[in-house]
Ligand binder design. Structure first.
Ligand SMILES: [Zn+2]
Length: 279
């Protein structure tokens, strides 16, 4: 993922990171990427894989198999929100080339320690994303993580990068996970803080919980150094809405239509991120 992100970082655009947990959602990522001429990050968290009874290795296999049909598409398979060192190691061993360790629920010192260990294990060619501050909201279900939000601190970010060598950082600048369920109004991004964070580090920054943030705010954040934008809630409202609408069709037709609807929605996100025609 590092290559894709660095290219986006230097080119002032972002790559949409799409949460997937089954074959249809993986397929939708590739269909959208081909139509839009966009790179794509295909990601999943254990909290999404477990209910689908799919392992990290299975999912990596599905992505690679479908990816063979789309040889011109630059993509990466990424673990979203690994909550422990063990989860992250399992994903690396299962064939993920990129992981996020989410140490935002514990102490800063522990976050530094585990991120550093994972970066050492991942080596220079695999990517480690970490979180400084706490985005909060409905992520990491089934863990002890508090839902409270802590905005990222620029000085702490510089210290964190020097100590860990992390490749990308998830920032907390007013964004929140699963915003539709947790709060009812659109999250407001703190652009002054984003500028300071950008100035205090030289790595790509990641915006989690982008669903529900107004389009113009996403576009502005992308021009200010956000290089990866994570989407879940908004996409799956669209996907499940389409499934419900076509529930009386055959399974194949119903899932086919939902895949197409999801691909259309992902293309809109690619446009918002400025990643169209960047292949
Ligand atoms: Zn997240």
């Amino acid at each position: 993922m590092s290559d894709l992100l660095l290219r986006a970082y230097r080119g002032n655009y972002a790559i949409p990171a799409i949460c997937v947990s089954n074959m249809e959602s993986v397929l939708a990522c590739f269909i959208a990427a081909e139509k839009a001429g966009s790179p794509v990050i295909i990601q999943s968290a254990y909290s999404e894989m477990n209910p689908q009874l799919i392992t990290a290795g299975d999912l990596a296999g599905i992505v690679r198999t479908i990816g063979k049909r789309y040889q011109d598409i630059p993509y990466c398979i990424h673990l979203d929100h690994g909550m422990t060192q063990e989860e992250c190691m399992m994903a690396l061993e299962g064939g993920f080339l990129s992981i996020m360790y989410d140490g935002s629920g514990g102490s800063y010192e522990e976050n530094v320690r585990v991120t550093k260990r994972l970066k050492d294990a991942a080596g220079p060619h695999r990517c480690v994303e970490a979180e400084v501050g706490r985005v909060g909201g409905e992520e990491g279900k089934g863990t002890n993580k508090e839902n409270g939000i802590i905005k990222s601190d620029p000085e702490q970010l510089a210290d964190f990068l020097a100590k860990t060598g992390a490749d990308a950082i998830a920032v907390s600048i007013g964004n929140i996970h699963g915003c539709h369920g947790v709060i009812k109004q659109a999250p407001e991004l703190d652009f002054a803080l984003l500028q300071k964070l950008r100035d205090s580090c030289g790595v790509p920054l990641v915006l989690h919980g982008a669903s529900g943030i107004p389009e113009e705010d996403i576009r502005k954040a992308v021009t200010m150094g956000i290089s990866k934008v994570n989407y879940y809630t908004q996409l799956y409202h669209c996907y499940m809405g389409c499934v419900r609408k076509n529930i009386d069709l055959t399974m194949e037709e119903c899932m086919g239509r939902a895949t197409e609807a999801l691909a259309e929605e992902i293309m809109k996100l690619m446009d918002m991120c400025g990643s169209v025609d960047r292949i």
